[in-house]
Design a binder for this molecule. Structure first.
Ligand code: HEM
Length: 408
């Protein structure tokens, strides 16, 4: 790597990048849109920052998700030795396995089925606000944005939502892991604990099936060739983790953007019908998933003037693509009335987010109800003191303390 490239690699993993990645993304889009960078684990990756290249790579099946497809095995079972159960699901699968695994749960996440959850999501939202409304202040993440999606996904799956603090600890460890050798012990321990939890829970449900997703998945596994036991755990773990790490940040990054742009907050209050475009703008402006998950080139591919070699690792910077000036006018401007629908916050192609209808509905109800019931919302800390989580994949705050008054 040249000295200039080393500097930008450091910039990507610095505290100032965690706080505000957008100036660094802008520089990369202009100067080095597909660049080779060293990860904290010591491995190299290609970071892709323009909209055009991001969309091309996400849609191109030659960028695979299951790296064991780059390896040769004498026996098919040997493949399993190279991945943890947390990778045995659709997000880390290529065709045809991807279609089979996604197909097992897809029906539970269609916009029509999700819309039926509206009354229950509204009820959970109201209960959470009932608990803090009198206090005049809350940590929007712990008190509101985190429990809401967790309770919903736990109810859909049929796992106890009282165990959410454990799920949070395990999934935070996995998501925040950078592959740094210093992390390894903790990651291994939490993976082991999470796996044991899933094994025990699946055993309980096997004896006592209910009308929930875990019971349906167990049924599919028992039928034989549709789902292996390892994949059963892998799919449940993915849904728990996706439910923990994403919508919480859609709600909290969105509320922070509104607090930082009082004119937009006022516009939304005056015209609640703007809630749907506002949620899309939250996703574009400061989306919860900063980088796509891992991809590998299955052959040598030329893209944007760079030769990506067979076996190279690639990360697509979704939040950079969503600020690309060639697609979005004045991209650093937060404007809830703009058409943000082209954003890549939910990815693109076959791995397009399965939970998008659920995340959109939860955010719509959460933010809509928050503005209906509370007024005079203000940050209860100086903005520069807010701490952003160190994860490479997730863009979210540790805490979001706010003050407010009850609407009479
Ligand atoms: C605002 C909230 C969310 C955002 C921004 C988001 C974003 C994403 C993105 C970018 C991907 C593709 C990753 C890649 O291609 O590397 C993805 C995939 C996925 N998401 Fe979400 N997600 C959100 C909420 C959820 C929720 C609530 C669930 C379910 C509980 C969920 C389940 C999934 C699943 C299962 C996949 C894998 C799909 C596949 O590989 O076919 N997501 N999500």
């Amino acid at each position: 790597m040249t000295e200039k490239q080393e500097k930008s690699s450091e910039a990507i993993f610095s505290k100032s990048f965690d706080r505000n990645p957008y100036p660094i993304f802008k520089r990369l889009r202009q100067e080095d849109p597909i660049r080779k960078t060293m990860l904290p684990s010591g491995h190299y990756t290609w970071i892709v920052t323009t909209y055009k290249d991001a969309e091309t790579i996400l849609k191109d099946k030659r960028f695979i998700k299951d790296y064991t497809n780059l390896m040769e095995f004498e026996k098919e079972e040997d493949r399993y030795a190279h991945t943890s159960i947390f990778a045995r699901n659709m997000l880390f699968a290529d065709l045809p396995d991807h279609r089979r695994l996604r197909g097992l749960v897809q029906q539970a996440f269609t916009p029509k089925v999700i819309e039926e959850l509206r009354p229950r999501i509204q009820e959970i939202t109201d209960d959470l606000l009932d608990q803090v409304e009198q206090n005049g202040k809350m940590n929007l993440i712990d008190d509101f944005a985190f429990p809401l999606p967790i309770i919903v996904i736990c109810e859909m799956l049929g796992v106890p939502s009282e165990d959410r603090d454990q799920f949070r600890m395990w999934s935070n460890t996995l998501i925040e892991s950078t592959g740094d050798p210093e992390d390894t012990e903790k990651v291994m321990l939490h993976m082991q604990q999470f796996t044991q939890y899933l094994t025990d829970w699946v055993a309980t449900r096997r004896h006592e099936p209910k009308e929930d997703l875990v019971s349906k998945l167990i049924h599919a596994e028992e039928e034989g060739d549709r789902l292996s036991e390892q994949e059963l755990y892998g799919v449940i773990a993915l849904l728990i983790m996706a439910g923990h790490e994403t919508t919480v940040n859609l709600i909290s990054n969105g509320v922070l953007a509104l607090l930082n742009h009082p004119d937009q907050l006022e516009a939304l209050r005056k015209d609640p019908s703007l809630i749907k475009p506002a949620i899309e703008e939250f996703l574009r402006f400061d989306g919860p998933v900063e980088f796509s998950t891992d991809r590998w080139a299955i052959e040598t591919i030329e893209i944007g003037g760079q030769m990506i070699q067979k076996g190279d690792h690639v990360l697509v910077a979704l939040n950079s693509a969503n600020r690309d000036e060639s697609v979005f006018n004045d991209p650093d401007l937060f404007d809830i009335t703009r058409d943000s629908s082209k954003h890549l916050a939910f990815g693109k192609g076959i791995h397009f987010c399965l939970g998008a209808p659920l995340a959109r509905l939860e955010a719509e109800i959460a933010v809509g109800t928050l503005l209906n019931r509370l007024t005079n919302l203000k940050l209860n800390v100086e903005e520069h003191k807010l701490i952003w989580r160190p994860s490479l994949i997730i863009r979210g705050l540790e805490e979001l303390p706010i003050t407010f008054e009850k609407v009479n």
